[in-house]
Design a binder for this molecule. Structure first.
Ligand SMILES: Cc1ncc(COP(=O)(O)O)c(C=O)c1O
Length: 274
């Protein structure tokens, strides 16, 4: 942790009555800083606003959030900013008072040292045992309850395995532990529907917004594990890594795919990799 603001003040202290701590009652964003700028800032602020709206948390103005983000990122060549917004402090019990004032936590972390081969040759993934619960009221939101991801990530210790793929309780593939997933078949892209569970990633949204101009058709639908195994190409995405091709699933190697590499290179223009 390089720097931290809580409600605009430099501190790492937080109230023990904060509902973010008590119940995971809040949302967060993990954002890339590149040469002092945040390439996907408008997407992050929009998802944060949507998440707050769905949870009934009073989202601070974009101007206030942006001013603090600029303050913490302006002199950073490369960093990861994490913005956490909780419902604020409250007494014991789930009921939330309308007067709760949301807590803003903004952290700057150093850029993680990640091997370049994850972008060049791709990453190894496995199917996780844990099933994601269906919960349309929370689906898509990047909320602070991430226990499913913590359990799923604890399923493997092998350092040569970079990500796990998660199914929902009906057996459909949803996403990775900390990435969204795309399948490539011919010139068409497919990404799992996230209306029942999962986190609707900012990088996923950015990729989806860019595809029409490139003449690439995309379908958002339920995806089976069989469809994943049969796809011509596969990639993972998030706002820190951009695009990682998948080169192996459960020890079965997969061929490089031209379209996956093209998209990876396109995203690397806004979020360069080592
Ligand atoms: C569970 C989960 N899904 C998807 C993503 C990708 O989201 P984004 O593109 O906003 O980084 C993340 C990011 O960490 C995540 O934790």
């Amino acid at each position: 942790l390089q720097a931290c603001l809580v409600n605009g003040r430099e501190t790492v202290q937080l109230s023990v009555n904060d509902r973010g701590l008590l119940y995971g009652d809040g949302v967060f964003e993990t954002m890339s800083v590149v040469d002092g700028e945040l390439p996907l800032l408008s997407y992050h602020l929009e998802r944060l606003r949507c998440g707050c709206e769905r949870l009934g948390i009073a989202c601070p103005s974009a101007d206030l959030l942006q001013a603090e983000i600029v303050q913490l990122s302006a002199n950073s060549k490369r960093a990861v900013l994490k913005l956490i917004l909780t419902r604020g402090e409250a007494g014991r019990g789930y009921v939330s008072t309308a007067t709760a004032v949301p807590t803003r936590i903004l952290q700057r972390h150093s850029w993680p040292a990640t091997p370049r081969r994850y972008w060049d040759s791709g990453v190894r993934v496995r199917f996780c045992r844990l099933r994601l619960a269906l919960q349309p009221a929370l689906a898509g939101i990047k909320h602070l309850n991430r226990l499913e991801q913590i359990l799923a990530r604890a399923e493997w210790q092998d350092e040569n395995m970079q990500e796990g793929l998660l199914c929902d309780s009906e057996g459909y593939i949803v996403e990775g532990v900390s990435h969204n997933l795309f399948l490539v078949n011919g010139d068409e892209l497919i990404t799992p529907d996230l209306t029942q569970t999962g986190v609707a990633g900012v990088m996923r949204a950015y990729i989806l917004s860019q595809l029409p101009a490139q003449g690439i058709h995309v379908r958002i639908e339920k995806v089976t594990p069989e469809a994943v195994l049969a796809a011509d190409g596969l990639f993972l995405c998030n706002s820190v890594h951009g695009i990682w091709p998948i080169c192996e699933i459960d020890a079965k190697p997969r061929q490089q795919n031209r379209l996956v590499c093209e998209l990876r290179d396109r995203i690397a223009r806004i979020i360069p990799y080592p």
